[in-house]
Design a protein. Structure first.
Length: 255
């Protein structure tokens, strides 16, 4: 069907759709703003295959959450994953992985603590303290609420790509709260505040993982169930494409 015929069939078009002497079948006027839409021809060329950083757990182009109460080894888990991904490990948690640099944004612990943990895990996994391609940003340098933070992160990823010929496969923000994510509303503001992370992950074809504390329960806590469980916390917003929920009991951590 031609464009004119499609437009003529829409007899319900409001009068104010006309601008000056413009008629609908004449096409869009040059100054009319529209949403970007993909034609069937363009859709046919889109790669719809799923690409994994960690098979079944971390998808390229996604934003995920790693949550748990303090002391559940969230940071150790993502650092272990970072080393496997960046240093050509065979697998992670028995799952196949793809490889690439990792950008670790430490908004909570200082760089000394992060490096000490990386060395500890590297010695355990490989027998040596040396590791490669894990790039760490120290606390105080990154804030999710800072003006221009989207451009700053984009330029940082571009810099890594330019210098090392490939963009990071994984970007970790540890922790989201210390990086400025609002926590007082149990995560309902996450889509509004952090929605820009999704196109960022898509643009760079990486996984962005936010490490998040679930409130430590006390007998006097208000809304105990909401505050102390992952799915009752920030995940209520339905923002994340995957959630790693860690629970520590009797010295054993369950994922």
């Amino acid at each position: 069907m031609s464009q004119r015929n499609r437009m003529e069939k829409r007899s319900d078009l409001p009068v104010n759709v006309r601008r000056g002497t413009w008629e609908p079948w004449q096409g869009l006027p040059p100054k009319l703003n529209t949403l970007r839409y993909y034609t069937p021809e363009e859709q046919a060329k889109i790669d719809t295959s799923v690409q994994w950083v960690v098979d079944g757990l971390m998808r390229k182009g996604s934003v995920i959450s790693v949550c748990g109460m303090p002391g559940s080894y969230k940071s150790f888990l993502v650092l272990d994953a970072a080393l496997a991904i960046a240093n050509r490990g065979k697998d992670f948690l028995g799952r196949p992985i793809s490889h690439g640099p990792v950008l670790f944004i430490s908004a909570d612990d200082g760089i000394e603590t992060v490096v000490d943990r990386l060395k500890m895990i590297s010695i355990f996994r490989t027998g040596q303290a040396y590791y490669d391609e894990v790039y760490v940003i120290d606390r105080g340098a990154f804030s999710l609420t800072k003006d221009g933070i989207q451009d700053l992160l984009h330029d940082t990823l571009y810099s890594l790509w330019s210098e090392f010929s490939e963009p990071p496969a994984l970007v970790v923000i540890d922790t989201a709260a210390m990086a400025g994510m609002r926590t007082e509303d149990f995560g309902h503001s996450v889509p509004e505040d952090l929605g820009w992370l999704k196109p960022m992950a898509t643009t760079w074809n990486c996984c962005i993982a936010l490490v998040d504390h679930v409130a430590k329960p006390t007998k006097d806590s208000i809304n105990f169930d909401v505050r102390s469980r992952g799915w009752g916390s920030m995940m209520k917003a339905g923002f994340f494409e995957a959630v790693w929920s860690l629970e520590r009991r009797c010295g054993v951590v369950k994922l």
